[in-house]
Each structure stands twice: as structure tokens, then as C-alpha cells.
Design a binder for this molecule. Structure first.
Ligand code: MSP
Length: 666
């Protein structure tokens, strides 16, 4: 089935059945921002596929048979299962707080999971892939992993920085080595099987180096799933946990359901995608596929190993004391700003650092000052000039074309799992909407119309197109910020009905009908800047002194910035409305500027070059998305561009004509 969308110009490929899983979490601690990052990313991907019209099954769950879980339950004085029940509640609370829309939640203590594990283990035993042997070596309980000597640093586990246990046990082994060639063959014929590229290369190197059989049972433990053919042993926790992906869709209990989601033949096309952290790719990209081969089952379509969220450069972990609670951000801002930050600011697949300062900075820049401000301005104008009631007009060609171009790039980015790029594309479209408003200046049209000199139809068209563009932007951003985008749609007169949004219809630019726009309180109130003690001598309002930088022609290639880096700087045309010297300062002047649709206060270090009065009415270039700073007690919102000759006085950047305030400079 092929559907068309976006006025018929944008075609979707065949609808898929999309089965998406995350790693299942150990329940010895509550989720932290790192484990939450994976679930948020998966949720964004699942919501995108639902929006695209795919039949989605998104599964998460808890990994309960680890020794740490058992220990924690003993410390809590609880039976392990009772402890896991309690932790399930805690996990679900966090996932609900973050608005994670999983379709199913599997626990490894559930009967369906036990049945699947026993079926797969029995199959491997019967086919000779599991045999009895002796294991002697290191075991890290926190990793739940056997560790070769070469995997330790100074005798310690490099992940947990603890000394592993030395164990000597009679174990059952899985013939992993037997599957090396078949795995290499699969990697060669399925280039996208492991992503992103560095993970694939790492796994290929590992496979090329040869595989050893692995122990898949533990002796002398009661907490776990008994081996069906030797019940005095339990299944090794990783072998047990990996099977959850098949168990959740009926392996060993519901063959029809399993076929529906796992079979790789027939229509509709099935995609099985596992999203896991980069630390556990070996289990997912080598051990799990070999287990599936042994069971005669198809392999997943893709395993994506995302990076880590770091806090102050360290992996987030309780034992390292670097844990951030995601609910702290949710309580203050709701789930969406955090979802946006993690999706947009971390290149998906790479590591990324989290800090509260940066989070708040991006909140102000992207939400309070940009998207939220745009929604407020557009809805306030619709309210003021048309009492909120708008009738459809034809599409504004440039704005609709910008929407179409954004939609194409947005879809490509999501299909490539580049969720950070998909977010950036939507915000570039938001910039286009801001430019449209600045250029069309609806307040001028309204003034002219009121004076009898203007054209009411032109104002109608601007208001309709601006709300329409915002509506489409909200549909595109809805996988990332579902609740906020519902609210944006409500405000621009497209009240959500509760039905699943479908890009093929909701992504179309609308040129008929009417809408009732609702204005309201700021969606994201601006966070007040922390008082920054900036001395006048630092001159933050003038660019970095030229002498601290190499001459333009000598910038080393590796430290040059990309066009994307440059585009992060929001340069705008502004007109100076008022100017006054800052008392007790030689250099500073306080300005009010017109940015097209808003006015701001800005403090600039140009008083030695320009008389305040002479500045009024000048058109200048400013950096509009700079973090606010306090200078001599005055909050400055932006920076004026000026040339700073060595030892000389600043000279304002000027234009040969005066572009409209708010025009973007690139
Ligand atoms: N129980 C195993 C997974 C079994 S899947 C068959 C496990 N659990 S975990 O609780 O330690 O981690 C769950 C997921 O969170 C893993 O994918 C892990 O990589 C991820 N993360 C844990 N800390 C993280 C960060 N700091 N940043 C990003 N992801 C992180 O491993």
C-alpha cells in the first residue's frame, strides 16, 4: 500500500509493521537520566512511526534475575519477587512522568518470559549447541559478565571500577564460536544490521578476532530460570534477558503473534529494531543473533547502539555518584523540554553531556524565546486583529515551500534514526516562520487596514499562513514533544481529537476551512538569568579581541566550524529605538531595539565611538540568541556586531540599505 501525503508531492514507502524494543533495565536502582535517555529516544522513534502510519509495537521492560537485584531485595527485607513488583511501580512512575508510550512492558519473571527462555534453551540443548563444561575466571556482578584478564584494568572492571569475583563452576556452554562465519556473512549482506558505523566496525573487529563459546548457566543460585534439562542450574542472566525480545511477541507461547511481528517474509514488511546502549552491543550484535540462528529464527532488522549521557564527563551511574533524576526536570518543566533537549542536543549515536546550566540555556533559547514566543505573538495577533477567527486563504508560496522542504528532510532524518537532525530541521522551519512574520509585518498591515489604506485580505493571508505553518511544525515536532505540540495545535485552532495523528493527512498544508485561535499564557515562561558578575573590562558585548585569534586565513582546518555550527548563531537586523549612556560607565550604552515583532533591551560597549542620540534610528546587526547577561545591573538581551580594530574604538557593522528589522543575516 502506498500513501501520499503533503499535497500529494511527498510519498511514503510501503507501510510497515514496526517492532521496536529498548534494553530491559536492571531494577536494583530507579531509572536515571541515562537509562531514561534510551527510553525517550525509543519513544520518539515509535511516535514518529505511528505518525507515519506504521503498525507499531513498542516494548520495554525490566530485567529481574540479576544477582544485584537479589541482593537489593535481601537488604530491603523483601522476597525478590515482591521487591521486583515494587520496583516495577517505580519504573512505571518515571516512564509515565516522561510520557513514554510503550505498548507492552515485559518482566523476566513473567510466565510468558520463562516459557520462552525454557523453549529456546531446550531447543539449543537438543540441537547440540549447549554442552556441559567448567568455567574458571572473573565475573563482574554489576555487569553480570564473565571477564577475561585482558578485559580488566589494574585488575578492576573498567566500567564499575570494582574487583570482580573469581569463580570456578560447572557450567553449561553455548557454542557461540560455531556461528562466527554465519555472523560475518550476515554482516556482509546486511550493511545496516548494526548501526551507527563505529559500532558496526567494532563488532566486525570482534568477529574477525574469533569467538569463544560462552557460559550460559550459573550453579548454586536459586534466583533465575532453571535449565529444563538440569534444573539445579539457572540460566545465565544475559542469556535469559535477551530472549525477552522474542518472548514479548509470543515466542514459546503464541506462535501467531510471534509470526505477526517477527517473521521477515510476507506483507506487510516487518522491521524489528533493538535500541540499546553502546556498552551492551556485544550481547546484542553477536550473542543474540547467534542464539536466534541456533533456534532457526530470523534476525532483527537493525540493532542501534546509542551513546551515553554523561554528567560532568562521567557515565551516569549510582556507584560513581553521577546520577541525575529525570523527574527533577519533569517536576519543574514537564516532560517535553527534557525530551527536546536530549533528542536535539545529543547527536544520536554519540555520547553527550548533560548539565542543568546548558539545559536551562536551551530551554530559554529554543522554547521560551523562540517557539513559545512565536506561538504567543501569532495567536495574540489573530486574537487582536480577528478575534481569533480565521478563514482559509491560499498557501503563501515561499512559506509552504519551506514547510515542504523541511518535511522531506525531517522524514529522511527520522528514517535514518538521526533524531537530533529531525529536531534541528523543525527549528529551522520555525526560523522561516519568524522571518515570514518579520517580512510581512502583520501589525503594519493591520494599521494600514484600520486607516483605510490597507488590504484586509493580505492580513487574513498572513494570519492564516502563520498559524498553518505553526500547525505543521507542531505535527512534525509531536513525536518529540507530544503534549506541548497538542497544546500548540489547540492554540492555532486545530484542537486535538485524541485520534492518532497521521502525517498523510495532518501534514498537508490546509487551504480550506476556518479555525478559532486561542491565545493564552506563555507556553514556556522565560527563566530569569542567573546574575552574571561581568566586569565592564571583559567587554562581553563586543566580539572576542582579534589578537586572541589567528588571522582569518590561518585557522587550522580541524578547528574551523561547520555551516551547522554557524547557523546556530541567530544574526538579525535590528533598529535602534532609544539610546542612553549607562551612568558611571565610559563605554556602555543602553539601547532599546526593534527586532521586527518584539522590542528588547541591549547593552553595548560602543559609547566611546558613538553619541547616544546619533544611534537612534540606525539599523544594526545583532546576535539575537545570546544568553542574557547583566552589565552594570542592566539585563542585556543580545550583542551588537561591531568591528574591533586593535587598540581602536568599535565601529558598528552597517548596511548599504536598511533591511526590515528581524530579517535574518546569513
Ligand atoms: N539489563 C541489561 C540490559 C539487558 S537487555 C536484554 C542492562 N540494564 S541497565 O539497567 O544497566 O541498562 C539499561 C540500558 O540503559 C542499557 O541500554 C544501557 O546502555 C543504558 N544506559 C545506562 N546508563 C546510560 C547512560 N548513562 N547513558 C545512556 N544510556 C545508558 O544493561
Amino acid at each position: 500500500m502506498t500513501r501520499t501525503g503533503y499535497n500529494g508531492r511527498f510519498r511514503y514507502s510501503t507501510m510497515s509493521r514496526f517492532y521496536l524494543t529498548t534494553a530491559i533495565d536492571y531494577v536494583n536502582n530507579r531509572p536515571h537520566l541515562g537509562t531514561a535517555y534510551e527510553k525517550i529516544a525509543a519513544d520518539v522513534i515509535a511516535r514518529y512511526h505511528r505518525l507515519a502510519g506504521d503498525d507499531v509495537r513498542f516494548v520495554m521492560g525490566n530485567d529481574e534475575h540479576s544477582q544485584n537485584v537479589f541482593r537489593r531485595s535481601t537488604e530491603a527485607g523483601l522476597d525478590p519477587l515482591a521487591y521486583c513488583d515494587r520496583m516495577e511501580g517505580e519504573f512505571r512512575t518515571v516512564w509515565a512522568g516522561l510520557n513514554i508510550s510503550f505498548d507492552d512492558f515485559i518482566r523476566t519473571t513473567q510466565p510468558r518470559h520463562k516459557a520462552a527462555v525454557q523453549a529456546m534453551v531446550q531447543h539449543a540443548f537438543a540441537s547440540g549447541d549447549i554442552y556441559e563444561g567448567l568455567y574458571e575466571g572473573w565475573y563482574c556482578v554489576s555487569c553480570e559478565e564473565f571477564k577475561p584478564d585482558k578485559g580488566l584494568i589494574d585488575g578492576q572492571c573498567p566500567v564499575h571500577r570494582t574487583t570482580p569475583d573469581w569463580i570456578k563452576e560447572k557450567n553449561y556452554f553455548f557454542r557461540l564460536s560455531k556461528y562466527r562465519d554465519a555472523l560475518l556473512e550476515h554482516y556482509a549482506t546486511h550493511q545496516d544490521f548494526v548501526a551507527p558505523e563505529p559500532r558496526r566496525n567494532e563488532m566486525l573487529r570482534l568477529l574477525e578476532g574469533g569467538l569463544e563459546d560462552i557460559s550460559v548457566s550459573r550453579a548454586g543460585q536459586a534466583w533465575g530460570i532453571p535449565l529444563p534439562f538440569a534444573p539445579e542450574n539457572v540460566v545465565y542472566v544475559w542469556y535469559d534477558a535477551l530472549i525477552n525480545y522474542a518472548a514479548a511477541v509470543g515466542y514459546g507461547t503464541d506462535p501467531a503473534l510471534f509470526d505477526q511481528w517477527w517473521a521477515q517474509t510476507g506483507e506487510p514488511r516487518r522491521q524489528v529494531v533493538h535500541l540499546v546502549g553502546k556498552d551492551i552491543t556485544r550481547f546484542h550484535c553477536v550473542v543474540w543473533p547467534a542464539m536466534l540462528m541456533s533456534a532457526g529464527l530470523p534476525l532483527p532488522t537493525q540493532i542501534f547502539g546509542h551513546g551515553w549521557v554523561l554528567f560532568k564527563g562521567e557515565k551516569m551511574s549510582k556507584s560513581l555518584g553521577t546520577v541525575v533524576d529525570p523527574l527533577d526536570a519533569v517536576e519543574k518543566f514537564g516532560p517535553d523540554p527534557l525530551r527536546l533537549f536530549l533528542s536535539k542536543e545529543i547527536v544520536f549515536g554519540n555520547d553527550g553531556d548533560f548539565s542543568w546550566d546548558r539545559f536551562e540555556e536551551k530551554y530559554n533559547a529554543d522554547l521560551a524565546n523562540n517557539l513559545g514566543n512565536l506561538v504567543s505573538r501569532v495567536t495574540a495577533m489573530a486574537d487582536r486583529y480577528r478575534q481569533g477567527h480565521l478563514r482559509a486563504t491560499p498557501a503563501a508560496p515561499h512559506l509552504a515551500a519551506a514547510g515542504l522542504e523541511a518535511a522531506t528532510r525531517w522524514k529522511q532524518a527520522f528514517d535514518d534514526l538521526s533524531i537530533d537532525v529531525a529536531c534541528a530541521v523543525v527549528f529551522q522551519f520555525v526560523d522561516r516562520i519568524n522571518e515570514y512574520i518579520a517580512t510581512e509585518a502583520p501589525w503594519k498591515l493591520a494599521k494600514a487596514a484600520a486607516g483605510g489604506a490597507g488590504d484586509n485580505a493580505a492580513l487574513d493571508a498572513v494570519l492564516w499562513n502563520a498559524t498553518e505553518a505553526l500547525r505543521v511544525a507542531a505535527v512534525m515536532l509531536s513525536p518529540v514533544m507530544p503534549a506541548a505540540c497538542d497544546e500548540i495545535r489547540r492554540r492555532v485552532g486545530d484542537a486535538p481529537t485524541g485520534a492518532q495523528l497521521l502525517w498523510a493527512q495532518d501534514g498537508q498544508w490546509r487551504e480550506s476551512g476556518e479555525r478559532f485561535v486561542v491565545s493564552g499564557a506563555a507556553l514556556w515562561p522565560r527563566l530569569e538569568p542567573k546574575e552574571t558578575p561581568v566586569s565592564e573590562e571583559i567587554k562581553p558585548e563586543v566580539a572576542v579581541p582579534a589578537e586572541s585569534q589567528p588571522p582569518a586565513s590561518q585557522w587550522p582546518l580541524e578547528s574551523r566550524i561547520s555551516i551547522e555550527d554557524f547557523m546556530k548563531v541567530d544574526l538579525r537586523v535590528a533598529k535602534i529605538l532609544t539610546a542612553e549612556r549607562v551612568p558611571n560607565s565610559k563605554k556602555l550604552v543602553k539601547l532599546t531595539i526593534d527586532l521586527g515583532s518584539e522590542q528588547r533591551t541591549l547593552v553595548a560597549g560602543i559609547a566611546e565611538s558613538y553619541e547616544a542620540d546619533a544611534l537612534v534610528g540606525r539599523t544594526v546587526a545583532i546576535v539575537a540568541n545570546l544568553k542574557p547577561a547583566k552589565l552594570m545591573g542592566i539585563e542585556s538581551n543580545g550583542m551588537i556586531l561591531a568591528a574591533s580594530p586593535d587598540g581602536g574604538k568599535p565601529m558598528l557593522v552597517a548596511f548599504d540599505q536598511a533591511p526590515a528589522p528581524g530579517t535574518r543575516i546569513r
